[in-house]
Design a protein around this ligand. Structure first.
Ligand SMILES: [Zn+2]
Length: 362
């Protein structure tokens, strides 16, 4: 999918600072960013066919998208089995309860999140709509919100217990993705009980909704999932290498650490590379830090080496010094990898800097 429509939606929603989105060049996606920007990639979502759903009855397709998210708990056991198999079994069980027990056409909710953090489609066609950010299937999860709210069933009973971290972290990322796709503000995340007299999603989980809204907003802002795994690689760390043409300086006042690497623009090779050990496959926010001076490069060429290929991002190093500047969110595989390269090949005048990067799981 082209990133343009998704960024446009987010920009419209948040007044985002993305200043330009270009075409693919040499197979790489070109993003131009001036400050924080996030493009929340889709998390892994198991479709109905993946978990073995039964064929549904008649479903009502709506032309409108969703304008809110409704959080539920399944009120089933807080089971210890956090495997994918257990998650898929839960999805089949819920569909059975809803079709055979309630006489509904399909699972009532649009999506399900297991205690292991697996995200699954509930009602058929929910995933297609979410992927396109267009239209929705009418749900059967909360009277008053079935025609404009995305219902998410979260596995477990959270009247006194809170959801496990695997579920919560996955829900944060998933809700951010939904908000992005449909242009829903993070403030529009509700509990089932906001619409009808019910204990759902449980007293303990309901009390966490303000935190959930804040954590979802942090992901949309490009800062990653607060409290999630994060690592910083400074140019002084072992994960940094620099090629021909690069040297160290401590001149800029708002640098990260003791010094930073710099190079003059040139048509020849010579890159600075930040490497990191990624703990598990997933979506990560990547940011960079530089000490800014008016004479530094306005279009420093960064490349993020993500799981789906290289992404070129241009960073203005004449401003936004002394702070983390978002390069975007990327799906990364587990393991040690060269993550971010800074090249000398730029038309912009002034030194190109490589100072530090920060990688945060979202
Ligand atoms: Zn509910």
């Amino acid at each position: 999918m082209s990133p343009s429509p998704r960024i446009s939606r987010r920009a419209a929603l948040r007044g985002a600072v993305v200043v330009g989105v270009g075409a693919a060049v040499g197979g790489a996606t070109i993003l131009t960013t001036s400050s924080a920007s996030a493009d929340v990639p889709s998390p892994d979502i198991a479709g109905c066919a993946d978990w073995g759903a039964r064929a549904p009855g008649g479903l009502t397709q709506l032309p409108n998208g969703a304008n809110k998210i409704v959080i539920h708990h399944t009120a089933s056991a807080n089971q210890a089995d956090t495997s994918k198999e257990a998650a898929f079994q839960l999805a089949r069980d819920i569909q059975g309860w809803h079709m055979d027990g309630n006489g509904w056409a399909d699972s009532g909710q649009h999506f399900t999140v297991s205690r292991g953090g697996y995200v699954m489609e509930g009602r058929h066609t929910s995933l297609d709509h979410l992927s396109s950010g267009s239209g929705m299937v009418q749900g059967a999860h909360a009277p008053g919100a079935n025609t404009d709210g995305i219902g998410i069933e979260n596995e477990g009973t959270y009247t006194s217990e809170t959801p496990p971290a695997a579920l919560y972290d996955s829900l944060v990322t998933f809700c951010a993705y939904i908000c992005q796709q449909y242009g829903i503000p993070s403030s529009e995340i509700y509990g089932h009980r906001d619409f009808v007299a019910t204990a759902c999603p449980g007293e303990a989980f309901y009390a966490m909704l303000p935190q959930l809204r804040a954590d979802v907003q942090a992901v949309l802002d490009g800062g990653g999932n607060p409290g999630a795994w994060s690592v910083t690689i400074d140019n002084g760390d072992a994960g940094f290498t620099m090629g021909a043409g690069w040297a160290l300086s401590s001149y800029a006042a708002d640098k990260h650490g003791d010094n930073y690497a710099f190079a003059s623009p040139a048509a020849e090779d010579g890159t600075a590379v930040f490497s990191a050990e990624i703990p598990e496959e997933g979506v990560y926010s990547i940011e960079t830090w530089h000490g800014a001076l008016p004479g530094y490069n306005p279009s420093a060429p960064f490349t993020v080496h993500a799981g789906d290929g290289d992404h070129a991002v241009t960073v203005d190093q004449t401003s936004n010094g002394g702070q983390w500047v978002g390069l975007g969110q990327f799906t990364l595989p587990a393991g040690q990898r060269d993550l971010v390269s800074v090249s000398r090949r730029t038309d912009g005048a002034g030194y190109v800097l490589a100072d530090a990067i920060r990688v945060t799981k979202v």
